[in-house]
Design a protein around this ligand. Sequence first.
Ligand SMILES: [Zn+2]
Length: 272
Amino acid sequence: MEKLQILMARRFIWRLGIEICLVIVYWFLVIYSMATYKTKAIVLSSYPYREHDRIVSFFSEEYGRIEMRARGTRKIGSKLAGHIEPFIEVDALLARGRRWDILAGSRTMLDRRVLRSSLDARAAASICVEAVRLITKPLDPDRNMYRALSRALELLDANSCDHASVMHAFLWEALHCAGFAPEISMCINCKTAHPDDTHFSCEGGGILCGSCRERDQRAIGVSLDDVRAISMTSQISTAARSVILSFWSTVIDYTELRSLRVWQELTVGSSK
Ligand SMILES: [Zn+2]
């Protein structure tokens, strides 16, 4: 009888122990899944932080632009360091933090090695990622912008298209994604549809016909076909490139794209 009681008591303690363990595991999983999240992202930039860390700017498909702290990535032999290089596309695991989220893990999906090893392609890609940093707000997802950036970087990595055209077309597309699509189907003043003699008014956000050209002294003479043909895979005319850069500059309040200056110096240098 005594033996039976001891056996039952043991069994009771054993079951209680298992149940307590299960409850602990359950809450651990709940808390862990709340505190971490996974996302696909493109690395925009990074800068050193304290002795061993970096602050990395990601452009994520689901969460938009995120700044996070990558701990220990300045240490020699860091496993994460190779996964936070600019332009690469990663599958990232992030842990929520107070000031910055923490990069808990990262797996490279698209390495873009060719792009990163070419000075010219790298300069064009730097303009694209700087443009995204300037025109997007933190934690404001924009899947079209993500796709456009991913496509531009893919083309620069493939090295099959004109780098200048890819970069200019990306800026044009980024403006559209951010809600700054200009009016190119009719004159913004007299509403004449598809005029022959066209000028692009950056201040007015669209085209002016020959008769209304005087409305904006700084309007740029450009063929409508050239503006309509802007794409990452075609050659963009000099006038259309001028329209893109001037319109970009006007829209983002004349904030300078610093990478553009590097690009221009490089282009002038290589054409000498
Ligand atoms: Zn007009």
